[in-house]
Ligand binder design. Structure first.
Ligand code: 13P
Length: 335
């Protein structure tokens, strides 16, 4: 077993998933302002370090994805990667520089960040990162995602993944087919399958070691503006089918993004997926909003109440952990 394969397996060990705390400063500012908290470096650190020092870290969180600002911060005289490593979780880092307008397309995007990546990776490794993330985004409509967007994003994801393995870290490959729009669940299934297959064509072509990556896909869902009613069972069945058909068996783990689902939806769907998953793929969470939303809301009311904030985060993390093993029991929606 290679060192990188061991890191990937450690991140997705039973009952564990990933805390995605890698919102760029722009995105984090939107999140904080939506709950009337000033977005400054101190507040961003305060909220995030509350999560990183919570009890559930040691049994529910296998890895934390950080943003450039956070990986360089200290809390109580410890660096953030140290604080995370002490809980048993692996520190990771988002290394793309964002999705930008794709030339010759009106609405589609290409993720950037390859220039100077080798040097940045070395720096992040020295700061303690042992895995990384790069997110490509795709829209669904009648003409999207275009072949152009599918091809260029797959190419960039594979170039990124190859450089990351060279630098001694595990790349998370994240092709996110967005929930936005009024498309059907079948459209989501078809387009997501096409996107993921193309990513693996490129990863294989560029000689990426598939045993040492993690895939971070979306679940198969109807568009957020479609009126299609669908059960969690159907979501799970289509999601598993899509992944079994498109992901090579060597990949050690699939870590879903929450992508705009509520905390409860993301937990319930993950649980149903794991109840039905007969494949050998580990299927777990790499959630941002679905792990942080309630904790952030609570914290925003009193930013000194770290204990209360941690309690709420711990509950969500424990629920996701149970769902990653198919052992979650329905919660009452308090919202
Ligand atoms: P969400 O779970 O909020 O979609 O975030 C996950 C993520 O890392 C998106 O890149």
């Amino acid at each position: 077993m290679s060192e990188l394969n061991k890191i990937a397996l450690k991140i997705v060990s039973p009952g564990k998933g990933i805390l995605a705390a890698d919102e760029s400063t722009g995105t984090m500012t939107k999140r904080l302002e939506s709950v009337n908290v000033k977005s400054n470096e101190e507040n961003r650190l305060e909220f995030r370090s509350a999560l990183f020092s919570s009890k559930s870290m040691s049994n529910c969180i296998g890895g934390v994805i950080l943003y450039d600002e956070t990986i360089k911060q200290n809390y109580n005289e410890k660096s953030i990667p140290e604080l995370i490593s002490e809980t048993g979780a692996v520190p990771g880092i988002k290394v793309d520089t964002g999705a930008k307008k794709l030339a010759r397309s009106n609405d589609e995007k290409i993720t950037e960040g390859l220039d100077g990546l080798r040097e940045r990776l070395k720096n992040y490794y020295d700061l303690g990162a042992r895995f990384t993330k790069w997110r490509a985004v795709y829209l669904i409509s009648e003409k999207y995602p275009s072949k152009l967007a599918i091809n260029v994003n797959a190419h960039a994801l594979a170039r990124y993944a190859s450089l990351v393995q060279e630098a001694g870290m595990v790349p998370i490959v994240e092709p996110e087919v967005l929930m936005d729009g009024n498309h059907s669940v079948q459209d989501c299934f078809n387009k997501t399958s096409e996107v993921i297959k193309k990513c693996f064509d490129e990863l294989i072509f560029q000689k990426v070691d598939l045993k040492s990556i993690l895939l971070k896909p979306n679940m198969i869902l109807p568009g957020s503006k479609s009126n299609q009613k669908i059960t969690s069972e159907e979501i799970a069945e289509l999601t598993i089918k899509c992944l079994i058909n498109s992901v090579p068996g060597e990949v050690p783990g699939i870590t879903f993004l929450s992508g705009g689902q509520s905390e409860l939806e993301a937990t319930k769907n993950l649980n149903t997926i794991n109840k039905h998953n007969k494949s050998k793929f580990v299927m777990t969470y790499s959630y941002g909003r679905a792990l942080q939303q309630s904790a952030l809301k609570h914290w925003s009311k009193d930013i000194k109440d770290i204990e209360g904030t941690q309690k709420i985060f711990d509950h969500r993390a424990n629920m996701c952990s149970l769902a990653s093993m198919g052992k979650w029991v329905e919660e009452v929606d308090k919202d």
